[in-house]
Design a protein around this ligand. Structure first.
Ligand SMILES: [Zn+2]
Length: 274
């Protein structure tokens, strides 16, 4: 899978601390060491400016930062233990001397806390919440996050595709896009596919997302790339492109889709029209 490297020695993965945080062609920030996906950097974030050597130091007031974290968590519908954890992380970072823009502190704390409690929120979701509250997101956000990793220090649990698959299917069920019983079947089938070696991508989020759609295709066909786009953050174009590529590879016999129920022609029709 094609990736664009961000040539920045400061870019560290907030999950494993590794220095292999890449930007893929889908504008997703992915660690190629542990496979963690941070979410998406959309075109409004000027990537050129990420590399600028701008000063990061600024005086952050603890109460202002904690207040911002609580408000962002509320918009993101996060449970109270995540809010508490995020506030603790911010306090710890400030006490260790991290001096970055408040928004950077908030993004890092929510990103990490939500992962620790299996209620993952992506970079793009947190940025959107900040924008809804009227805050401006620093353009050098990736550099700020990398810097905060060094202050934070402790590696996190690595989210596997299973965690993402569980989260996406549960959210679909709670929004009544699918019923709970189908969500469970979809989840089980998707982890089977995600662990089969079928979908080769460094991003565990992309792997889980594609596995869910393939699982749906082999089960009751209730989803479309549009629905998956809403729940995974990937564009419809990206999802369709990857699914088509997977089906094409199967056609040429390079890999086996291992799904006897799969009808590629029907899937392609759905992808083209839906
Ligand atoms: Zn990593």
């Amino acid at each position: 899978m094609e990736t664009m490297e961000i040539y920045n020695p400061f870019d560290r993965c907030p999950v494993c601390g590794g220095k292999k945080l890449n930007l893929t062609a889908d504008r997703e920030v992915v660690c190629t060491i542990c496979g963690s996906s941070m979410g998406f950097i959309y075109p409004e974030v000027n990537l050129g400016s990420l590399l600028r050597n701008e000063p990061l130091s600024t005086d952050v007031k603890l109460n202002g930062a904690l207040d911002q974290i609580s408000r962002v968590c509320e918009i993101l519908n996060l449970p109270s233990q995540v809010v508490e954890e995020a506030r603790e992380i911010a306090k710890k970072l400030l006490s260790r001397g991290a001096r970055v823009r408040k928004e950077g502190l908030t993004i890092f704390s929510v990103l990490v806390a939500s992962r620790k409690h299996n209620a993952i929120r992506r970079l793009d979701e947190i940025i959107l919440a900040l924008k809804r509250l009227g805050y401006e997101v620093p353009r050098s956000i990736l550099r700020i996050l990398s810097k905060l990793v060094l202050y934070y220090g402790k590696p996190l649990l690595i989210p596997s595709p299973i965690l993402y698959a569980r989260q996406i299917t549960s959210k679909m069920a709670s929004d009544k896009v699918i019923d709970i019983k189908y969500a469970e079947r979809l989840f089980r089938k998707s982890i089977e596919l995600a662990s089969s070696g079928l979908i080769r991508t460094p991003s565990t989020l992309l792997k889980a997302s594609l596995a869910i759609l393939l699982a749906d295709i082999s089960l009751d066909k209730k989803l479309t790339p549009h629905v998956l786009s809403r729940y995974s953050g990937y564009s419809v174009k990206t999802i369709s492109k990857h699914i088509k590529a997977l089906l094409k590879e199967d056609e040429t016999g390079l890999i086996s889709l291992k799904m006897s129920e799969l009808e590629p022609s029907a899937v392609r029709r759905r992808l083209d029209h839906g």
